[in-house]
Design a protein around this ligand. Structure first.
Ligand code: PMV
Length: 289
């Protein structure tokens, strides 16, 4: 029996623009998914298509037990975390000797196979290695981790990443003269953020700009904007949606003293708040119970 866990993620800056080769910054967060794998003579049908695909890719049979601290379909990378933890647990349980890089590659293949070819490598990469990552096209660079007080607000409205990506593509096709400068401005915000990691107030301002630009691209949602405004009014340094938008989650950057107040303001808007921070560890082995 082998138990492994992997973290979720948020996009600090640059979602949607990354689809067009612009830079984006993603970060692993503390809530995790834990997966226990045990060898078995017959494959017990897993209740997740991602898990079934992990076993198919690794060519073995086993049973799985999953516990998750991450809400699903909310843009916090829960399917990637399940996939990464499952592959690493299989690798361990069956003594397969694959490297983290190899397993991250297989995790990306699993996500692509289940999501009809549409999956960026961001989620599986961040979940595997933890910390903060700069993504530009296919290139990924690990950044020095930044300790931040974050409050995530889950709007409890599910979203579809593929339909939001399609919505931006449609705007780009119909109104390139409007969509392209917005995407360029998101890229400029991300690049500027790279120079202000030691200035939380400026980082907060840049998050606010990034949120407004995502709204302008058409991937906002009334509940996300409500949470963003409530967080700012409660004293957050900045707040923005994270991931594909159209529902899902937002997050606020806070001072230590403001985080409980910000979490309360989010919960008062019929949403769920998670107080969290960066997880510098990616996938890791847990003690078997
Ligand atoms: O909502 P999520 O976590 O699936 O994030 C999607 C981020 C996009 O930039 C919109 C798409 C992508 O593949 O990077």
């Amino acid at each position: 029996m082998a138990t492994w866990s992997a973290p979720g993620k948020i996009f600090l800056f640059g979602e949607h623009a990354v689809v067009y080769g612009k830079p984006g910054i993603a970060m692993a967060i503390k809530p995790r998914v834990m997966v226990t794998v045990r060898k078995a003579k017959r494959q017990k049908k897993p209740n997740s298509s991602y898990i079934a695909e992990c076993f198919r890719q690794m060519g073995v049979l086993g049973s799985v037990y999953v516990r998750s601290q991450l809400p699903s379909s909310s843009g916090l990378g829960s399917s990637a975390a399940v996939t990464v933890a499952t592959l690493n647990a299989i690798n361990d349980e069956f003594d397969m000797g694959k490297s983290l890089e190899e397993l991250a590659g297989i995790a990306h293949t699993v996500e692509k196979n289940i999501q009809d070819g549409r999956a960026s490598a961001t989620d599986t990469y961040v979940s595997t290695f933890g910390g903060m990552v700069l993504i530009t096209g296919d290139a990924k660079r690990r950044l020095p981790p930044l300790q931040m007080q974050l409050v995530i607000g889950n709007s409890l409205t599910h979203h579809s990443t593929s339909s939001m990506v399609a919505r931006v593509a449609e705007l780009k096709r119909k109104r390139p003269e409007i969509a392209d400068p917005i995407i360029d401005a998101i890229a400029a915000v991300t690049t500027c953020a790279m120079h202000h990691f030691n200035n939380p107030r400026e980082l907060g301002n840049l998050m606010n700009m990034n949120h407004a630009l995502l709204d302008a691209l058409g991937v906002g949602h009334p509940q996300l904007s409500r949470l963003v405004l409530a967080a700012r009014a409660a004293g957050a340094l900045g707040a923005k949606m994270t991931g594909a938008g159209g529902g899902g989650c937002m997050f606020a950057l806070c001072s230590k003293s403001a985080k409980t107040r910000v979490a309360g303001a989010i919960e008062a808007c019929d949403a769920r708040a998670i107080i969290t921070g960066i997880d510098t560890q990616g996938v890791r082995k847990e003690k078997d119970e």
